[in-house]
Design a protein around this ligand. Structure first.
Ligand SMILES: *[C@@H]1O[C@H](CO)[C@@H](O)[C@H](O)[C@H]1NC(C)=O
Ligand SMILES: *[C@@H]1O[C@H](CO)[C@@H](O)[C@H](O)[C@H]1NC(C)=O
Ligand SMILES: *[C@@H]1O[C@H](CO)[C@@H](O)[C@H](O)[C@H]1NC(C)=O
Ligand SMILES: *[C@@H]1O[C@H](CO)[C@@H](O)[C@H](O)[C@H]1NC(C)=O
Ligand SMILES: *[C@@H]1O[C@H](CO)[C@@H](O)[C@H](O)[C@H]1NC(C)=O
Length: 362
């Protein structure tokens, strides 16, 4: 089926989607792990949902690689409306003229940046194809947000992956480059790209996955990032203007014991907990609580398991923003395709999905 912008597809698996919404007043005594997980929406073909952003109205924006193993390989931005209801509705926002979509981030209220490009077979960017787009939901036309192609990234971009907004600098999009082992800053007004940060902790060292820095978030005057190869989360202090970084990165969590092969993207909860996705083959979401003294406690597996499909192939996560789902961690998946590619313990794959992890009792 080919979807056109504006076409509404009612949730194909609404039957799977038992209500995610739950009464606000949950009474919990300590975390019982793993946390409960529900499928909110699942595609019906081999689909890789690489990342998501959550609109102020609670709707999810999903960046999706469709039919990833077939030559017909469209990549698109979708909206999943009312994710906390029993009838989430999927609609196409934009189909990109490129082969892969990577990151999405909200630059200012209702303005989102999306990075897309063509990849070689080994996840490397085809020179000249990495492009930044913006979608402005304050400026609707024909039911769709105004779309602009704002920058073509230089050929030195090697393995772009996670992207992040820089608070106070709505014209800047930070881009993690897992092969060049650094963070770029893309100025969406000028269309220019410069190096924002580069430290040894951004590099891969084991020559196994070849992927170093991956996920990126700015929180509390720090730039946090994951290193997939090191299975660790690091942070760099932002400078006083919030437009540069201090020289030394600090490791805040080492997830090797709970996810020994790979870690992917992450998000940060309201209480400062880091929620890290493992992708396949581990198929878990790992939580790292703050220790109340500026540091972090030991990582724990919060959802999923190596032999579970609950969050199989989890590659991105974000918290709900609607009244009913503030404590719901939405996790997007590639259905285990990446783990299958590694030949690691992934016997079956499934279409990508949006799963809801209920974190109220964590
Ligand atoms: C994905 O592939 C299926 C067949 O395998 C096809 O029916 C469908 O139209 C494709 N989807 C897109 C968005 O191209
Ligand atoms: C990028 O991919 C798109 C869609 O897959 C294709 O049409 C286009 O020719 C590709 N461009 C380059 C420069 O590889
Ligand atoms: C890394 O692995 C590749 C093969 O996957 C090999 O060609 C290359 O020489 C290796 N590099 C180092 C520094 O070991
Ligand atoms: C993380 O811990 C493992 C042991 O579980 C250790 O081998 C590794 O060096 C540590 N990684 C970092 C980046 O310190
Ligand atoms: C694969 O799964 C089996 C059974 O769940 C487990 O014993 C084994 O350690 C796993 N292997 C890897 C590489 O994770």
């Amino acid at each position: 089926m080919v979807l056109r912008p504006g076409h509404i597809l009612s949730a194909a698996v609404a039957t799977l989607a038992a209500a995610t919404a739950v009464s606000a007043a949950a009474c919990c005594s300590g975390a019982k792990l793993p946390l409960p997980v529900k499928t909110v929406y699942q595609f019906d073909t081999e689909t890789w949902i690489e990342n998501l952003a959550v609109r102020p109205n609670g709707n999810l924006l999903l960046v999706v690689d469709e039919n990833v193993t077939s030559p017909e390989h469209p990549v698109s931005l979708y909206q999943l409306a009312n994710p906390a209801s029993t009838q989430p509705e999927l609609s196409l926002v934009y189909a990109f003229p490129l082969g892969t979509v990577l990151g999405i981030t909200e630059l200012q209220p209702e303005v989102y940046a999306v990075l897309a490009e063509n990849f070689t077979g080994s996840f490397e960017a085809v020179p000249g194809t990495s492009k930044m787009f913006t979608f402005n939901f304050n400026d609707m036309d024909g039911g769709q947000p105004a779309m602009k192609e704002v920058a073509t990234l230089p050929n030195t971009i090697s393995g772009p992956d996670g992207i992040a907004a820089l608070p106070g600098h709505p014209d800047t999009v930070l881009v993690a480059d897992m092969y060049a082992s650094l963070v770029w800053a893309v100025d969406i007004t000028m269309g220019t790209t410069t190096v924002f940060a580069q430290t040894p902790e951004m590099a891969e060292v084991h020559n196994a996955t070849k992927m170093g820095i991956n996920g990126l978030r700015v929180s509390d005057s720090y730039l946090y990032f994951t290193n997939s190869d090191l299975k660790s989360v690091f942070r760099l202090p932002l400078d006083a203007c919030g437009s540069g970084v201090g020289p030394a990165a600090e490791m805040v969590a080492n997830l090797t014991a709970v996810s020994p092969v790979f870690i992917d993207d992450f998000t940060i909860g309201r209480d400062g907990t880091l929620w890290v996705t493992s992708s396949g083959p581990q198929n878990v979401v790992v939580a790292v609580r703050p220790d109340g003294k500026g540091g972090f406690l030991e990582p724990v597996v919060a959802a999923g398991a190596i032999d579970s499909t609950a969050v199989q192939g989890d590659v991105g996560a974000a918290f709900g923003r609607g009244p009913l789902d503030r404590d719901v961690l939405y996790v997007v998946t590639n259905g285990g395709l990446w783990g299958a590619g590694l030949g690691l313990n992934q016997t079956a794959t499934e279409p990508g999905k949006v799963a809801a992890v209920d974190t109220r009792c964590f």
